[in-house]
Write a protein that binds this ligand. Structure first.
Ligand SMILES: NC(=O)c1ccc[n+]([C@@H]2O[C@H](COP(=O)([O-])OP(=O)(O)OC[C@H]3O[C@@H](n4cnc5c(N)ncnc54)[C@H](OP(=O)(O)O)[C@@H]3O)[C@@H](O)[C@H]2O)c1
Length: 270
């Protein structure tokens, strides 16, 4: 089994540890670093995984996963650099941090992989996109894909596409939450109790998501199948089109991509 250290065991770090354990990693193969001792003790009690300091994490692990907030990455890289063994793979889950920043702060030749995950990792349904750095070969990318495969699905993309990935799947769950929230409001407008409206919409979203993933049909075909002539769905679709919802989504996701580019520039001092 691969020995993995998670640096920064917050929401995403904990979700990864839990997913790795559920997928069969032994607790002894995993460690994490965490700056609050009480949080570390609580995690150890819950998951059976040890909290350690950076030098021990670097000595223990074949794969080091950085899961601190992007603004906290520099001190972590500074602490890590002198401790790193040649060949140890460094995986960053930090949104917007370019591979060049990792490679510039770590010893020359360190294999690095940049990942954009998303919060459904908390329920084992992440969508993660991985990009290899200058010294990360196919074997290292495959190891990262296997690791992230325990908490969801994984695609490989060139780093130049990571801003688009951030805008689509990184922020994507928020767009669905927003849509569900608005649809629950519509149920309340129509006089339904809030809990009933929420149940109706959440289960509809879940069922639609399963159909999207499990059927080979394009979303247009799935929608057409519930859009009968002169029926209720087409009346709603006409209003969505009249309010420009499709154009709003295109603009929104383009704005998210532009913001990701800006944040990446700030992170790399360009
Ligand atoms: N959540 C998302 O939707 C999402 C999506 C894609 C990517 N990501 C990326 O995943 C990373 C983690 O996000 P998150 O939501 O899990 O954040 P989080 O809950 O704040 O977790 C980060 C954890 O790292 C700890 N930490 C900070 N500096 C540390 C250090 N030097 N040594 C050890 N631990 C340290 C933090 O402690 P403190 O509490 O003391 O700060 C916190 O427990 C981020 O880089 C983010 O960009 C998140």
């Amino acid at each position: 089994m691969t020995r993995i250290a998670v640096l920064g065991a917050g929401k995403i770090g904990e979700a990864l540890l839990a997913g790795l354990l559920a997928a069969g990693s032994a607790p002894a193969d995993l460690v994490f670093t965490e700056r609050h001792p009480e949080r570390a003790a609580e995690l150890t009690a819950r998951l059976g995984v040890r909290g350690v300091e950076v030098p021990e994490a670097a000595a223990h692990a074949e794969v080091l996963v950085i899961a601190v907030k992007p603004q906290d990455i520099v001190p972590v890289l500074t602490a890590l650099a002198p401790e790193l063994r040649p060949g140890t793979l460094v995986v960053s889950l930090c949104a917007g941090i370019p591979l060049a920043v990792l490679e510039g702060a770590l010893p020359a030749g360190t294999p690095c992989v940049r990942v954009m995950p998303n919060t459904p990792m908390l329920v084992g349904e992440a969508m993660s996109a991985v990009s290899g750095g200058t010294h990360a070969g196919d074997a290292q990318l495959a190891a990262v894909e296997k690791m992230l495969g325990s908490v969801g699905r994984v695609v490989r993309v060139p780093e130049s596409q990571q801003d688009a990935v951030t805008a689509l799947s990184g922020s994507g769950p928020a767009y669905f939450f927003y849509l569900v929230e608005a649809m629950i409001d519509a149920g309340i407008l129509l006089g339904l109790p809030r809990t009933v409206a929420a149940d109706l919409i959440v289960q509809s979203a879940f069922g639609a998501a399963r159909m999207l993933r499990e059927s080979d049909d394009h979303p247009v075909l799935l929608r057409e199948a519930v859009t009968s002539p002169a029926g209720t769905t087409i009346a709603a679709i006409r209003e969505l089109e009249r309010h420009g919802v499709r154009a709003a989504l295109l603009d929104a996701i383009e704005a998210a991509r532009d913001r990701s580019v800006e944040l990446g520039r700030a992170a790399s001092g360009r």
